[in-house]
Ligand binder design. Sequence first.
Ligand SMILES: *[C@@H]1O[C@H](CO)[C@@H](O)[C@H](O)[C@H]1NC(C)=O
Ligand SMILES: *[C@@H]1O[C@H](CO)[C@@H](O)[C@H](O)[C@H]1NC(C)=O
Ligand SMILES: *[C@@H]1O[C@H](CO)[C@@H](O)[C@H](O)[C@H]1NC(C)=O
Ligand SMILES: *[C@@H]1O[C@H](CO)[C@@H](O)[C@H](O)[C@H]1NC(C)=O
Length: 353
Amino acid sequence: MGFWVECILFALLSLALQYVGGCDFFRGKWVPESDPSSYPVYNSATCPFIEREFNCEKNGRPDRNYLTYTWQPHDCNLARFDGEDLLRRLRGKKIMFVGDSLSRNQWQSLTCLLSTSVPNANYTIDRVDDVSTFTFMDSGVKVMLDRNVYLVDVVRENIGRVLKLDSIQSGKLWKGIDMLIFNTWHWWNRRGAAQPWDYIQVGNKTYKDMDRMAAFRMALTTWGGWVDSNIDPSKTMVFFQGISPSHYNGTDWNEPTAKTCQGQHQPLLGSTYPGGLPPAVAVLKAALSKIKKPITLLDITNLSLLRKDGHPSIYGLGGRTGMDCSHWCLPGVPDTWNQILYNIILNNKAMHS
Ligand SMILES: *[C@@H]1O[C@H](CO)[C@@H](O)[C@H](O)[C@H]1NC(C)=O
Ligand SMILES: *[C@@H]1O[C@H](CO)[C@@H](O)[C@H](O)[C@H]1NC(C)=O
Ligand SMILES: *[C@@H]1O[C@H](CO)[C@@H](O)[C@H](O)[C@H]1NC(C)=O
Ligand SMILES: *[C@@H]1O[C@H](CO)[C@@H](O)[C@H](O)[C@H]1NC(C)=O
């Protein structure tokens, strides 16, 4: 397909996605929370299962300003996240996040938001292979996480580990789920010891390596084919989490002396990010535009780009020796992703039945 045709499809798709309930939740700015006493809605004491990786406050992060911002869309107000209401709407249903550790970040945020909204909520957390399940016993809601960094398969064969861009066997785990929220991106640029495959296979051809953006595009096409042939939109809502940005280069936010996100204590105010969008966003949107079944993009890139202050930096898994400007502190930015997810559900007629 020609470049311009892709651009036009992309523009049409963006238009279609913009008007979720007449308002684009993803266009806006960060503003100080009007009622700081009610924020954040959870912490590591009220949500005791936050993993160390995201638990910035417990890991010693001293500043708290980053906890006091709320996302304000330009054209409407977001409803506050109401966990009790959401559990009622989702009674007996299964929600599954599928993706890498950014999915885990959002999954954990949602389980914290929901469990702290119900006093004395009874829940269980269990894990079978790559699937973690958080069950709210009283409403029968299951919030699940399938760790799957590429969505397409990595298979161990005689020659080594093969990343198969047109094979998606793990799709069998996603059947019968009421709401699916996919994500993949952060692992596509991994190289050396951090790269969990030795070859890439497309059709009958095997390669030692290839253009990573092209590989990402092919995998998304395979995944889109899975959605088109397996999803019944009357039963399952499908979301894509969107590209979650990292902050390792201060030039991108007009602070060239900053080599990482360490020491960033406040968001960019306003709505534009000087460094622009990561190129993966356009590839993702073009791939989504070719899928026939309805998919909602959680277009979280812009709002998250503005949050150079939201990452763990040295208050994450690696502590002082690590530098995490990819994941997000919890409580933090993924709570806003989930607040928007909640608002989309509120606007979706099918979910009211
Ligand atoms: C995100 O930012 C890009 C580049 O600045 C802009 O073109 C796009 O319209 C923005 N999208 C949203 C949803 O704000
Ligand atoms: C949790 O379970 C206990 C014991 O079954 C029950 O009394 C309590 O009401 C439950 N909590 C909620 C929030 O439903
Ligand atoms: C792949 O190889 C198999 C046999 O090895 C053959 O039957 C099939 O047609 C080939 N597919 C393509 C797309 O070349
Ligand atoms: C940061 O980004 C700027 C502009 O894209 C680039 O010139 C510079 O090399 C980057 N710095 C690092 C350390 O990657």
